[in-house]
Design a protein around this ligand. Structure first.
Ligand code: MN
Ligand code: MN
Length: 318
């Protein structure tokens, strides 16, 4: 854990919020990895996308909108930057011409971070990236439990004949033994499918699938009590696809589905992960170009901040 002064976001009274270099939350961006507890990492990649591209610009969009965030969580009193050494460590150099090479580059990059005992908090990128991230994390921690928020289960066997794509990562992860299936919960699934039993492959693995209709019109705080019980007992990973939320609040994404989770439910899910042994988190599928207001990126930045607030070792000023 951090000793002494930890990297702090640049204050809005030191440099105006519209000025300076755009790191996540205006963190310094130059702290040596060996001195960090948590790396905020960008993975600009969208060549695993099946429909609308643009998630390669997700990290830039999120960094740009994250300038509005301040260090303390007024709801939970979390003080992540006083508790842990957190910095934006930049982007993975993905290969825009080769998805499989990009996947290997991502694993290599995360292997280095994980070797330094870092928790990684990732700005995607399309959802393909979770597979190479999990490969690196599981090498160190063993199979993980998972909270997966998404409109889609992402457990296709193949897409257009390809085994690696943004709709297949959790099928591959399960096959490769990266997941502890009894400790996996998927939340927010909906929309139209290729077959009526599309979500049942997940259930057959032992995952809990919470379709969005079970979430409509209610607080998800009670659900998260059950989720914590199910996912506890080992290392856990939080993977949050922005399309899990409704397109009315998150239009800037490639595969929108109507009838999604609310912003408030998204916050309840992340805050409900407090107490889990999180070894990594991600926020994926933000494609800023489809949302000229910037609100999708702003929402993503806030959700990533909330993830920082529930990491192991964060103190609460209460
Ligand atoms: Mn997804
Ligand atoms: Mn999705």
């Amino acid at each position: 854990m951090a000793g002494g002064a930890t990297p702090q976001p640049l204050g809005g009274n030191e440099m105006p919020r519209f000025g300076g270099i755009a790191t996540f939350m205006r963190l310094p961006g130059d702290t040596p990895v060996a001195e960090l507890d948590v790396a905020v990492v960008g993975v600009p990649l969208d060549i695993g996308t099946s429909n609308r591209p643009g998630a390669r610009f997700g990290p830039r969009g999120i960094r740009s909108e994250s300038v509005l965030l301040r260090p303390y969580n007024m709801a939970t009193r979390a003080a992540p930057f006083d508790s842990l050494a957190i910095d934006d460590t930049g982007d993975v150099a993905t290969n825009p011409y080769n998805l499989l090479d990009s996947v290997d580059r991502i694993t290599d990059h995360y292997r280095q971070l994980v070797a330094n005992d870092l928790i990684t908090v990732t700005m995607g990128g399309d959802h393909t990236i979770v597979l190479p991230i999990l490969r690196a994390i599981v090498e160190k921690h063993g199979p993980v439990g998972m909270v997966h928020v998404d409109a889609h289960t992402d457990i296709n066997d193949e897409m257009f004949g390809e085994k690696i794509a943004h709709g297949t990562p959790f099928r591959r992860a399960a096959e490769e033994g990266l997941l502890d299936p009894k400790r996996v919960v998927q939340i927010g699934m909906r929309g139209t499918g290729y077959a009526a039993d599309d979500f049942d492959w997940s259930r057959d693995q032992g995952f809990r699938v919470v379709q969005v209709e079970e979430c409509w019109h209610k607080s998800l705080t009670p659900l998260m009590e059950e989720v914590r019980q199910q996912v506890a007992g080992g290392p856990a990973y939080l993977s949050f696809d922005i399309d899990g939320l409704d397109p009315s609040v998150a239009p800037g994404t490639g595969t929108p589905e109507v009838g999604g989770l609310t912003t408030i439910q998204g916050l309840e899910i992340i805050r409900g992960c407090r107490g889990l042994d999180l070894v990594g988190c991600d926020l994926v599928e933000v494609a800023p170009a489809y949302d000229t207001t910037g609100n999708t990126s702003l929402l993503a930045a806030n959700l990533l901040y909330e993830m920082l607030c529930v990491l192991p070792g964060v103190d609460y000023r209460d």
